[in-house]
Design a protein around this ligand. Structure first.
Ligand SMILES: Cc1cc2nc3c(=O)[nH]c(=O)nc-3n(C[C@H](O)[C@H](O)[C@H](O)COP(=O)(O)OP(=O)(O)OC[C@H]3O[C@@H](n4cnc5c(N)ncnc54)[C@H](O)[C@@H]3O)c2cc1C
Length: 642
């Protein structure tokens, strides 16, 4: 009973912290939010936004320089073998301005748009995913982005010019804090004179942390007189006394990343380095990720495009059973999936990025959908490439080269790709975040009705609100433009039928969410698998829309017809996935799976695990290392890039 009570208390606290960090307001329209409400607002994304000509000229010129630099200076096999990016490559990229791509020109950066920043990362990722991860961790979540969004003019002037020529890192995760920042233990105690904070704690999996010059650190300020306290964000100079990088981590993929464990012991941080206000740290972290999240799916798009090219070249050449393998139907269907998905993914990520630059819409849900969908579908595409390459898909590039074959790093691509479903918000957490936004309107209208903590007066007010809202909203879900057979056809030709499908399924999605709300009420948030399917449907519908809008934008160009064919193929495949997800919303094994999982956790089936060894347990080490406070007892492995 006590354990259950404690568990509920911590769960409530986790939810409260996440809720407080959420950006609550919607100042601009949101295509995806409307989609979940059954309103297909094609006008928000069509015609496809474009880049102003001046930006485009600058962006293209930079991409050209970048491509030349990468081709000449980056050897992915060296990065993989040595598990390190050569310092000259990092320096060279700094000289090129690649560490300041998103930093405003006023502060010495290139001031590229999100679209060109993504294209640059995609290019870099096709040379070395580890290198793209370094640039992205520095600019998408490292010091430049939170300062751009929340920094004061003084902070920008002090740190942004430095960021153009240095490496920075974002330190939120701790050994006991992954998806649940409510448990954050690092502390920042204000000094009595108010001039500084004393930072203590241990941060885990700090991408770039091993070589970083500047850090963004999330730490908890205790509440005291004159201090609101709460999780807060600080810019910290990595050379400050009391900072030790205790370990450099090694991973399944991204072998070149400089990711470590960093200890802070009584580190003095000037009060002027606090970003925003005390207690705003998580909001800053989450808002940073809103657009920061777009660079990760851009890297996934790069991997998908690279996979299609490799699969095309290989499966057209490799002959087995009298035909190129790509002509055998089983492989052909993989090729079709890869090509169509690559188009759909690029359409979705590009559209979200153009929308970010255009700044007409709120794109927080679109960016989150792009992160979720890009990493999940990108993974499937690369996995198919491994299959299409057969045994060679499993062999390292070095080994292929040694036996005289083209060193295509397919197994590495799969390993490098896997982390995208985990970091910057795991897929499970992304589905929860998106679902929260999708049901936001319902919570605003009727949340108090199902809130056990709401009193009679709040419930009565909620009832009035709910009757008003649902009275207006529900009838809109019955009929819509997609019911007219010719809808969207005039502008989109045969792709119009896919947009009709999106419109109709968008209303069905909203009806399903309403039905689920009515059925489970306050318990809906625990129906994660149901909500996950709703989110996955939303992602598919957004991707389908993006694919059609992109094809329409390309109509009349040399690639116009081929783009329409790819969009058509992508939509046909996506429609099957969407209808399967709808079916499984109500026809599934969720309830029995929950029971089964409970029994698994209780050890009821542990006999089933007999016959296999558990060698790691012989180490006697715990699953999660205890963090002992105090100074470091190990050597500092921090290194400065010369
Ligand atoms: C290579 C690498 C680089 C990284 N870089 C950085 C970085 O630069 N900065 C930084 O701060 N962090 C970084 N991280 C941390 C990364 O963001 C976390 O690994 C990620 O947030 C997940 O946290 P976790 O690993 O502790 O998993 P946990 O939170 O322990 O989760 C374990 C599993 O449970 C699921 N889960 C957790 N909570 C819920 C829930 N409420 N509902 C449903 N499912 C749930 C998760 O999805 C996951 O599948 C990095 C990690 C790696 C491996």
């Amino acid at each position: 009973m006590t354990t259950t009570t404690t568990r509920h208390a911590t769960e409530r606290e986790a939810r409260r912290v996440a809720e407080a960090a959420r950006e609550a307001g919607w100042r601009k329209p949101s295509f995806a939010k409307e989609l979940f409400l059954g309103r297909f607002r094609l006008d928000l994304v069509h015609p496809h936004p474009t880049v102003p000509e001046a930006d485009s000229a600058e962006g293209e010129a930079f991409l050209e320089k970048l491509e030349a630099f990468l081709t000449e200076n980056v050897d992915p096999e060296v990065i993989e073998r040595e598990a390190q990016i050569p310092d000259e490559v990092v320096r060279g990229l700094m000289d090129l301005g690649a560490f300041g791509m998103k930093i405003d020109e006023r502060y010495g950066g290139l001031g590229l748009s999100q679209v060109y920043y993504n294209r640059a990362l995609m290019l870099v990722g096709s040379a070395s995913p580890a290198l793209a991860a370094m640039l992205s961790a520095h600019q998408s979540i490292g010091v430049p982005q939170p300062l751009k969004l929340f920094g004061t003019e003084e902070q920008k002037r002090e740190f942004l010019p430095r960021c153009v020529k240095c490496v920075s890192a974002f330190l939120l995760t701790e050994p006991d804090v992954g998806s649940d920042p409510a448990r954050l233990a690092a502390s920042a105690v204000p000094s009595e004179d108010g001039k500084e904070y004393l930072l203590d704690g241990v941060k885990l999996w700090t991408t770039n942390g091993v070589v970083a010059d500047l850090l963004v650190v999330m730490a908890r300020v205790p509440e005291s007189e004159g201090h609101k306290g709460g999780i807060s964000a600080f810019v910290v100079d990595a050379a400050s006394p009391g900072i030790t990088v205790e370990h450099r981590n090694a991973f399944l993929g991204l072998r070149g990343i400089e990711n470590g464990v960093t200890r802070f012991h009584q580190v003095r941080v000037p009060a002027a380095n606090l970003i925003g206000a005390e207690g705003q740290g998580l909001k800053i972290a989450l808002t940073t990720l809103n657009t920061g999240r777009l660079s990760l799916p851009a890297a996934c798009v790069g991997a998908a495009k690279w996979s299609v090219r490799t699969a095309r070249q290989w499966s057209g050449k490799r002959v087995q059973w009298g035909r190129p393998v790509g002509e055998h139907e089983a492989v052909a269907s993989q090729l079709a999936f890869m090509a169509a998905t690559s188009f759909g993914l690029e359409a979705m990520v590009d559209l979200a990025s153009f929308m970010a630059d255009e700044d007409r819409n709120d794109i927080r849900i679109e960016a989150a959908l792009a992160k979720l969908y890009g990493s999940e579908m990108g993974w499937r595409v690369v996995d198919d490439l491994v299959q299409v390459r057969g045994g060679r898909g499993y062999e390292t590039a070095e080994s292929l080269r040694a036996r005289g074959e083209r060193p295509v790093p397919v197994e590495q691509a799969l390993r490098d790709m896997r982390i995208n479903r985990i970091f910057e918000g795991s897929s499970e957490i992304m589905r929860l975040l998106i679902a929260r936004e999708a049901v936001d309107v319902h919570l605003a209208a009727a949340g108090d009705l199902v809130d056990p903590e709401a009193g009679a007066r709040r419930k009565a007010a909620a009832l009035v609100r709910a009757v008003g809202f649902y009275g207006r909203w529900l009838p809109t879900l019955v009929v819509g433009p997609g019911m007219v057979p010719t809808a969207y056809r005039a502008e989109f030709g045969r792709l119009g039928r896919h947009l009709r499908f999106v419109e109709r399924r968008s209303r069905r999605l909203a009806r399903s969410l309403f039905r689920a709300m009515a059925r489970w009420q306050g318990r809906l948030e625990y129906r994660q698998v149901f909500l996950g399917r709703a989110v996955d449907i939303g992602a598919e519908l957004f991707a389908m829309t993006a694919a059609c809008v992109r094809a329409q934008m390309l109509a009349g160009t040399a690639e116009g017809k081929a783009a329409a064919a790819l969009a058509d193929a992508f939509c046909k495949q996506a429609r099957l996935r969407v209808d399967e997800l709808f079916r499984r919303m109500w026809e599934n094994t969720d309830a029995s799976d929950r029971t089964l999982a409970k029994d698994v956790l209780a050890g009821r089936y542990s006999w089933q695990e007999a016959g296999v060894l558990d060698l790691a347990s012989a180490s006697g080490l715990p699953w999660i290392a205890e963090v002992s406070p105090g100074p470091s007892t190990t050597a500092d492995v921090h290194r400065t890039i010369p």
